[in-house]
Design a protein around this ligand. Sequence first.
Ligand SMILES: NC(=O)c1ccc[n+]([C@@H]2O[C@H](COP(=O)([O-])OP(=O)(O)OC[C@H]3O[C@@H](n4cnc5c(N)ncnc54)[C@H](O)[C@@H]3O)[C@@H](O)[C@H]2O)c1
Ligand SMILES: O=c1ccn([C@@H]2O[C@H](COP(=O)(O)OP(=O)(O)O[C@H]3O[C@H](CO)[C@@H](O)[C@H](O)[C@H]3O)[C@@H](O)[C@H]2O)c(=O)[nH]1
Length: 437
Amino acid sequence: MKITVVGTGYVGLVSGTCFAETGNKVTCVDIDEKKVQKLANGTITIYEPGLEKLFQRNLKEERLIFTTDLAEGIKEADIIFLALPTPPGEDGSADLKYVLGVAEQIGKLLVGYKVIVNKSTVPVGTAQKVHNAIRKNYNGEFDVVSNPEFLREGVAVDDFMKPDRVVVGTSSERAKKLMSELYAPYVRQGNPVIFMDEPSAELTKYAANSFLATKITFMNEIARLCELLGADVDMVRKGIGTDERIGKRFLFPGIGYGGSCFPKDVQALVRSSHEVDYDFKILESVMQVNEDQKLHLLPKIKKYFNGNLVGKHFALWGLAFKPNTDDIREAPALYIIKALVGEGATVTAYDPEAMPNVKAQVNDIINYAETQYDALKEADALIIATEWNEFRTPEFEKIAAGLKSKVIFDGRNVFDLQHMESLGFHYESVGRKPITK
Ligand SMILES: NC(=O)c1ccc[n+]([C@@H]2O[C@H](COP(=O)([O-])OP(=O)(O)OC[C@H]3O[C@@H](n4cnc5c(N)ncnc54)[C@H](O)[C@@H]3O)[C@@H](O)[C@H]2O)c1
Ligand SMILES: O=c1ccn([C@@H]2O[C@H](COP(=O)(O)OP(=O)(O)O[C@H]3O[C@H](CO)[C@@H](O)[C@H](O)[C@H]3O)[C@@H](O)[C@H]2O)c(=O)[nH]1
């Protein structure tokens, strides 16, 4: 099948590459000339485990091509995917200017029947809006389908190649047939394609992300209660997670959810609800609790240093919003950095992948280290903000030797409490007994 993916960011690049991997001929279109040039020349633009190999193979075998020319890109396509940004507008609702802008352009370029698929996360009613935008300029036959994407950064290739499910919203039998063919290789692995109407598919995406954000936030509140009541959130987590109705996943407390999706999608669903005079109370609270949670470590740090952080120096491990990605969008680490610097402290950070992105964004308000241990030099304490695997089993002697004193504030609960006690660290984490020295 001939596929075009418009927007070659995270979702566009992963889905384009994975569609090519199952034998389709894929053209990826982006307005960012530098990005297109890099990709066409074989340089991958995101860090995503497992993607590079697939990308290089499909590029070499000419199943994957990159262009800035939308007309060229869609000329031969059977299916055109829109993987465009839907950032929050001023009022928090999803800004559809990229999606609807490209839809209008497509309307001017279409020849013959094609299926246009929304892969971007978009509010209910967008399939209809895209349809209207194309119709403005095109009188022929076409269908607009909603096919939200559920991949997670860091495990995106696996999520795409072996999805739990594929959701397709369409009321057209012709489009349904094409989408069934496209996803057949994935269905063979036993994963269902769930067909539904367009509005239900659009809402499914927001419901999934909002539910997961709520699940995490619920555990963050349980963790706070554990701290106040003297319970251990790890025990509570295991205690409830073994109930199959609750499930073990997405129950890990920490310093809040971040990333390019949960924060914006929860906010957008709240806005969509307001538009139909519905007050989505749970999600309002989820947003509020998550804002506070990002700075959950700060009062602990301030208390340890007797309320004054002026002149204190911190080592910070982890900048990405989660491990295995270089994405720093809404990363809790950035909020912690701003708060510490605002209190008069200095920070030296280390992250295996995300430092270039942070350098580009917050520039020189912090220093960067070459290794996780270099970051510790002259620091009054270590703060852990992202649970990269290499932080889980560090050389504790090196930590003790690098820091001015053995003090760790851990926002991701990566270390075992008893072990930290035996090593003589002052160790504070989230929802667990502090080890005081
Ligand atoms: N990142 C994720 O993990 C993820 C997962 C599921 C769904 N989503 C959703 O998918 C959509 C895309 O997200 P993303 O993270 O891939 O975004 P992104 O910002 O990484 O990439 C978007 C790309 O679109 C390009 N673009 C912008 N305007 C364009 C135009 N007019 N023509 C061609 N290209 C254009 C940009 O240059 C950029 O490369 C969003 O709606 C997001 O909510 C994201
Ligand atoms: O138990 C948990 C699980 C996650 N998180 C945090 O939640 C955020 C999001 O994590 P994750 O869902 O793994 O990352 P994303 O790549 O943002 O993926 C989410 O957002 C995507 C974009 O919409 C969806 O496609 C995915 O299904 C959805 O999981 C991160 O800050 C994590 O640290 C926790 O705090 N505790």
